[in-house]
Design a protein around this ligand. Structure first.
Ligand SMILES: Nc1ncnc2c1ncn2[C@@H]1O[C@H](COP(=O)(O)OP(=O)(O)O)[C@@H](O)[C@H]1O
Ligand SMILES: O=C(O)C1=C[C@@H](OP(=O)(O)O)[C@@H](O)[C@H](O)C1
Ligand SMILES: [Mg+2]
Length: 190
């Protein structure tokens, strides 16, 4: 989902793995002569953006040793899964209230699918994220590895997931990737 920390944690993960790092949104903006995601939506519409997103994922699927931070909506197209599953897919599962808090704190202006009007931005963002998650939750669950901030907090005896640092989350991502690879190895031996 938007605001789950893909861009932030992805960078840390790439450093830990000695991989390169690519952010889909950044590549899309670069290919659109530097106009922002929000401007792309405004000028060309979501369909145009989704086509660019699929093309960028296709290009990235040909690379090796790269950590890719997708946009939160990459899961909405099956073709995108074909490209993403050339690698190991990781779902950063963050409670919606924590997402709404984070995004309200930085502002929704850069995320065109979120409300950007005045008023109680937290509640409006929470409501919008909830409806988006209704539509997408099952897709996110297709990922090879799930990084649940609630599970990390429980393991660490931390009551508030907002206190979990990007580094702690990156470590959990590495652990969950290892679990996935071991399970995959086990299946191959059967
Ligand atoms: N573990 C974290 N704790 C607190 N804030 C975070 C954490 N991870 C990311 N953020 C902040 O949340 C916002 C969204 O993070 P970002 O990496 O852009 O998410 P995404 O790429 O999934 O939309 C940014 O302002 C980022 O600094
Ligand atoms: O969830 C989505 O549909 C989107 C998420 C955004 O990326 P982040 O998840 O990095 O915010 C960006 O691709 C666009 O605003 C659409
Ligand atoms: Mg991002």
């Amino acid at each position: 989902m938007m605001g789950s920390g893909k861009t932030t944690v992805g960078k840390i993960l790439s450093q830990a793995l000695g991989y390169s790092f690519s952010d889909c949104d950044t590549l899309i903006e670069q290919e659109a002569d530097g106009i922002s995601v929000a401007e792309i939506f405004k000028l060309h519409g979501e369909g145009f953006f989704r086509d660019k997103e699929t093309e960028v994922l296709r290009q990235l699927s040909l690379m090796r040793c790269v950590v890719v931070s997708t946009g939160g909506g990459a899961v909405v197209r099956n073709i995108n899964w074909k490209y993403m599953q050339k690698g190991i897919t990781v779902w950063l599962d963050v409670p919606l209230d924590a997402l709404a808090q984070r995004i309200s704190a930085v502002g929704t202006g850069s995320r065109p699918l979120l409300p950007n009007e005045s008023g109680d931005i937290y509640s409006k963002t929470f409501m919008r994220l909830s409806s988006l998650f209704e539509l997408r939750g099952e897709s996110y669950a297709n990922a090879n590895a799930r990084v649940s901030l609630e599970n990390i907090a429980a393991k660490l005896g931390e009551r508030d997931v907002s206190n979990l640092t990007p580094t702690v989350i990156a470590i959990e991502a590495l652990e969950q990737i290892e679990v996935f690879l071991k399970e995959k190895e086990g299946h191959n031996e059967l």
